[in-house]
Ligand binder design. Structure first.
Ligand code: AMP
Ligand code: MG
Length: 434
């Protein structure tokens, strides 16, 4: 059972003024409870959803022993053992060794050979075709010659070679797709291979989001002095689409308590999750803090990371709430580091893990002060002796172009200071998230 955020905030080592990244992650995961509402979908429509039950295989896959090759099926016991060994022991030249058999039929994929196969007989067979009942081995066609004398099969194959066994992919009654698994293209294919047309999945997570800030304008309207376009709502929309959510765009709001209060009220009745950007920094947070404490349980954190320091986490009504910083790069970093995994948990996924961290050689100098984790933007490439990464120029947290060029984060731990070229650093790939 998920703990409430209030209980968790009483935990001994909870310090909202310097939350380490790992602690924040662990804390968030403890108070999440999956949405759990299911629906039944055709397997194609289930792409990107999460299996709500174990899918049990109703059949053996494959349904018959079959050939892994185009070639010739025969009984291994009918291979006539030759004097090859004796010849090679005596130092005499060893001829390629074959056994000649008689062709009695053909087994095509979807059109099996149903007749008997007697001693010294063989069957022409194609990939995926059912193995004739009396045969156990397939010789690939490139190793077989056919002439008027018959079919010359190589003597050196092992019994059972090139034969696929009934049920070797899945046996009847086996769990084909465990509950909590993301249904990707291969899983859709797997379900089809079982003859399964529909599958129970969790409904899409509804995620409402809005931006706050007096300076924000929506694209399509001209900018006044000091105004900027609201880009975060577009980034967040993309991140939510990628994460398989149903995004609900509530627009952008000026820093006015009443406007923001009604936005939260609207969001909490229609969404499972609310994401905001802006308004969580020290100077701005005060009225939002007060308001959210009336509407739910929300904790304001200063995470020991750069970018992404201020963040709010909690519940507004029944909806989970993530208050992300306003800086565009900080939005993507906090989403990647905290919100993405939270979404996966709420979606019911049990198979989610952040993309694995890899080691790469840094090719440029990087400036950093110890004391907090930094997520710099990097470009990872394959060099001559392994992965190499360079950072993408100016690392200011408002510089979204650095994020667009990048394909990974360079993760620099709390203790790390400046890093010299040639050092090994940790990188986290964007692929799959951004
Ligand atoms: P805040 O966290 O509200 O103090 O915002 C930090 C910085 O991010 C400021 O420079 C804001 O102008 C900028 N910012 C906030 N919200 C957005 C947004 N939706 N799109 C683009 N920039 C934003
Ligand atoms: Mg603001």
């Amino acid at each position: 059972m998920a703990a409430t955020i209030r209980e968790l905030s009483c935990a001994d080592d909870y310090d909202p003024n310097s939350m380490p990244v790992d602690k924040a992650r662990a804390f968030i995961s403890k108070f999440l409870a999956p949405i759990g509402v299911t629906e039944r979908l055709h397997i194609r429509a289930a792409l990107g959803r999460v299996a709500a039950h174990d899918v049990i295989s109703p059949i053996d896959v494959p349904g018959h022993d079959n050939s892994a090759m185009d070639g010739w099926a025969y009984r291994h016991a009918d291979i006539v053992s030759t004097s090859a060994n004796a010849a090679s022991v005596r130092g005499e030249p060893v001829e390629p060794q074959h056994t000649t058999m008689k062709r009695v039929g053909t087994s095509y994929a979807g059109k099996p050979y149903l007749g008997p196969v007697g001693k010294g007989e063989c069957v022409r067979i194609f990939t995926g075709a059912v193995m004739p009942a009396d045969c156990d081995t397939v010789a690939m066609q490139e190793r077989v010659t056919v002439d008027d004398a018959g079919v010359h099969l190589p003597n050196d194959l092992k019994a059972g070679q090139n034969r696929r066994f009934r049920g070797e992919d899945l046996k009847t009654g086996a769990v084909a797709l465990p509950k909590g698994t993301l249904i990707g293209p291969a899983a859709v294919g797997l379900l089809a291979s079982l003859g399964v047309a529909e599958v129970d999945v969790y409904r899409k997570l509804r995620v409402a989001f809005f931006s706050t800030g007096d300076e924000l304008k929506t694209i399509g309207t001209p900018l006044g002095p000091g105004e900027i376009y609201d880009s975060n709502r577009y980034t967040i929309y993309g991140l939510l689409q990628r994460a398989g959510c149903q995004p609900i765009d509530l627009g952008n709001f000026v820093d006015d308590p009443e406007a923001i209060r009604s936005a939260f009220a609207a969001a909490s009745t229609q969404a499972d999750v609310i994401i905001t950007s802006g308004g969580v920094s020290v100077g701005e947070a005060d009225f939002i803090k007060q308001m959210l404490n009336e509407m739910g349980e929300v904790l304001f954190w200063k995470i020991a990371m750069k970018p992404g320091r201020p963040m709010a986490v909690g519940k507004v009504g029944d909806a989970y709430f993530f208050g992300l910083p306003g800086n565009p790069v900080a939005v993507t970093v906090t989403f990647y580091q905290f919100v993405r995994a939270a979404i996966a948990t709420l979606q019911g996924r049990t198979d989610y893990a952040l993309p694995p961290t890899a080691k790469a050689t840094l090719t440029n100098k990087v400036k950093k002060l110890p004391g907090r984790t930094e997520f710099q933007r990097g470009v990872l490439t394959m060099g001559n002796s392994g992965y190499e990464v360079r950072t993408t120029g100016d690392q200011g947290s408002g510089i979204l172009s650095s994020m667009v060029q990048a394909n990974c984060f360079v993760v620099l731990s709390t203790e790390t200071g400046n890093v010299e070229p040639g050092s090994m650093v940790d990188v986290q790939m964007f692929e799959g998230v951004m």
